[in-house]
Design a protein around this ligand. Structure first.
Ligand code: NAP
Length: 260
């Protein structure tokens, strides 16, 4: 049996990967950092900033999916140094590294893999630098850029925002992806030789306002907000390359929520 390491196994995407990988024939080891795991399986506590501990966590596995990250204070060290440590330790192993639509400026949207990253915020800058370092160390790694993730087993950040928030941007566009589609796509990618950036996002581009309504927010209680220059306006992703490569469907949010 092939062995897989999932960093950030208690995270929104990590949890879904940990749940789905065994049915694809993977024996899973997963890492946690601050939130102790509740499920069964093999868990190791890991701070990705600690190179020696990262090497120990990777010992004996055939493949690594690196989802662990941080947004806000300390993000550079976790996202850049942590991703570099994971890439270094992954020598000789298949590596899928998670990245984001926010590596792009957001002034035009429908970004393709060969468009140049040009982030507007510090989180995007840290993820763009992480991509550069991972690609330099492991040219065979896949850098999966994705968009807002929703649809998990428990309500996630997007569902909570739709429930609790009042103001949503009508002019910020994203390509939300269902967490199960994303996890399945990543598990499929582990078996393929796909190098460098790959856009793996949902088929529909929607505003954050419309997305909140699709997730159940009552439009009558919402306020329409407009984006500001320090934010990425339209970072929708063109995932046609992933669609050509993968059997996993990357459904649009309208299709997902119509069948929910
Ligand atoms: N969520 C989105 O909408 C979205 C959109 C675009 C791209 N992405 C990308 O997708 C990936 C997964 O996102 P997610 O939403 O699943 O993340 P998440 O739910 O916030 O989980 C992130 C995980 O990282 C772990 N972590 C934080 N600091 C760490 C450290 N120093 N060492 C080791 N682990 C650490 C946390 O562990 P503990 O919980 O144990 O503390 C947490 O489980 C990220 O790389 C992100 O950039 C996400």
């Amino acid at each position: 049996m092939q062995r897989l390491l999932v960093t950030g196994g208690c995270g929104y995407l990590g949890r879904e990967l940990v749940a789905r990988a065994p049915s694809r024939g993977w024996e899973v080891r997963a890492t946690w950092f601050e939130r102790p795991p509740q499920g069964e399986g093999e868990w190791v506590r890991l701070d990705v900033r600690a190179g020696g501990a990262v090497r120990a966590a990777v010992e004996g596995v055939d493949a690594v999916v690196h989802t662990a990250y941080r947004q806000g204070e300390g993000e550079w060290r976790v996202n850049v140094d942590g991703s570099e440590a994971v890439a270094r330790a992954s020598e000789g192993r298949r590596l899928v590294h998670l990245s984001t639509d926010l590596v792009f400026r957001g002034d035009r949207g429908r970004y393709r893999e060969d468009d140049e990253p040009d982030p507007v915020n510090s989180y995007g800058r840290s993820k763009a630098e992480a991509e550069r370092r991972v690609a330099a160390l492991r040219p065979n790694a896949t850098l999966v850029r994705t968009s807002l993730i929703y649809g998990g087993r428990k309500p996630g950040p997007q569902e909570r925002l739709a429930r609790d928030n009042k103001r949503f941007f009508v002019d910020e566009l994203r390509s939300p992806v269902h967490v199960a589609d994303l996890a399945d796509a990543i598990l499929e990618l582990l078996l393929l030789d796909v190098r460098g950036p790959l856009h793996v996002a949902g088929a529909d581009d929607v505003s954050r306002f419309d997305f909140a309504v699709l997730l159940g927010a009552d439009p009558a209680r919402l306020e329409a907000a407009h984006t500001t220059p320090d934010r990425a306006r339209d970072v929708t992703l063109d995932s046609s390359r992933a669609r050509d490569l993968l059997r996993t469907p990357l459904r649009g949010v309208h299709e997902v929520l119509a069948t929910a």
